[in-house]
Design a protein around this ligand. Structure first.
Ligand code: ZN
Length: 389
């Protein structure tokens, strides 16, 4: 189901968030949220290409940034992909996002990537274990593409999908069928039918395809990690919420985030295995409150992401800064469409340290802070002497 985030719509003005949907919710809400309205929202962003790269009805791939493409599904026209995803192309390699609901969905996205880039594919990433994000993994595996996912994704795919393959699903469907029979009115009956149908579709997918387990489980304690694709970084972050396995991919240079199912647009999020309080923290920390808004010079708008607030992780708190306070930061990107700047205090600190190192010592020569300070003091004394002489 199409679920592109319109970031002008009030959720967040600064990030272009591409969210994906889950099947159950999609089934229930198709009639409430006509797709053309969503598509119009997406097209309001100047970075989003008006013409799709490829449009097969069940999904369209559109450029949304430099080397960044979004795959937006439309389940009213088919279930080949179901969720939303995309890919990121750097100068040296690319990254595919989502395994979709079957190998033909993964194949669709791989072909779209290959129509614009022949660079090596560094990895394919499942944002979480749900079937519509992972059941096409075998296609990537057959192309020798490493599959990245949260470390809990493979065991959950075994428990929830592989273990159900070939099993009788009637006992699981029975209570859902009873709900249809027991419905007190037509609305309740329709709701129950839509849930029952969603489960039947999921089971059909599970029985149809081989389960392809991610071969690169990511230890959450080692995240975030950055994949350097050559001039473009894909920052892989994990947040609690929709499932125990959620991962987001951020491209900091372009303020674009692939959120998986951590964001739903226009309908109630699918929450049957969610951690609701964690999810709420994620929304405020990672998405809505991800940094500070600043004004540069004569009022040009800018934004400093939370992770760019300091080199020191414990200092990366927006609440450290007061309204009206002046900060020193380096401009790291300019968005041509919105004329908004991205800035980084961290980048400035790193640059300052590099300068100091170049002048007074090198970080790999084993020089201690004392050595460096000593050299700096000596140099200062010498400069003072020089100026006197
Ligand atoms: Zn999901």
């Amino acid at each position: 189901m199409s679920a592109s985030r319109d970031f002008k719509g009030g959720f967040s003005r600064r990030n272009f968030l591409i969210s994906s949907s889950c099947f159950g919710a999609a089934m229930a809400t198709v009639r409430l949220f006509p797709l053309p309205a969503l598509a119009e929202n997406v097209l309001q962003d100047k970075r989003v290409a008006a013409q799709p790269l490829i449009d097969k009805g069940f999904a369209a791939v559109r450029q949304v940034g430099t080397g960044i493409y979004a795959t937006i599904s439309d389940v009213t026209k088919g279930f080949t992909t179901v969720c939303n995803g995309g890919f990121i192309i750097g100068r040296e390699a690319s990254l595919l996002i989502e395994g979709y609901s079957g190998p033909s969905g993964a194949s669709f996205q791989y072909d779209a990537l290959r129509s614009v880039s022949q660079l090596p594919v560094r990895a394919a990433l499942d944002t979480h274990y749900h079937f519509d994000h992972s059941m096409g993994n075998t296609y990537y595996g057959a192309h020798e593409i490493p599959i990245f996912a949260h470390a809990k994704t493979p065991p959950l795919m075994i428990e929830k999908y592989a273990n159900l393959q070939g099993q009788d699903k009637a006992p699981i469907l029975a209570p859902l069928e009873k709900r249809v029979q027991d419905a007190r009115d037509e609305t309740e009956r329709q709701h129950a039918i839509s849930d029952l149908n969603a489960y039947k579709k999921i089971f059909a997918v599970i029985d149809k395809y081989m389960v392809g387990l991610p071969d690169h489980p990511l230890d959450p304690s080692k995240l975030p990690m950055t994949l350097d694709l050559g001039g473009t970084s894909a920052v892989i972050e994990t947040y609690p919420g929709h499932t125990p396995t959620d991962i987001m991919v951020r491209v900091p240079e372009q303020n674009i985030v692939f959120t998986g199912d951590l964001l739903f647009n226009g309908w109630y999020p699918v929450a049957f295995d969610a951690n609701i309080s964690g999810w709420s923290d994620t929304r405020s920390l990672a998405i809505t409150d991800g940094g500070i808004e600043v004004q540069v010079g004569d009022g040009m708008p800018g934004f400093i992401r939370k992770s760019d607030l300091s080199r020191d992780r414990s200092e990366q708190r927006p609440d450290r800064f007061a309204v009206g306070e002046k900060v020193d930061a380096k401009v790291t990107a300019v968005d041509k469409a919105t004329r908004k700047l991205s800035l980084s205090i961290k980048a400035r600190e790193v640059e300052e340290e590099k300068k100091a190192m170049a002048e007074y010592g090198s970080s790999d020569s084993g020089a201690s802070l004392g050595d460096i300070l000593g050299a700096a003091l000596k140099k200062k004394t010498k400069d003072d002497d020089d100026s006197e002489g």
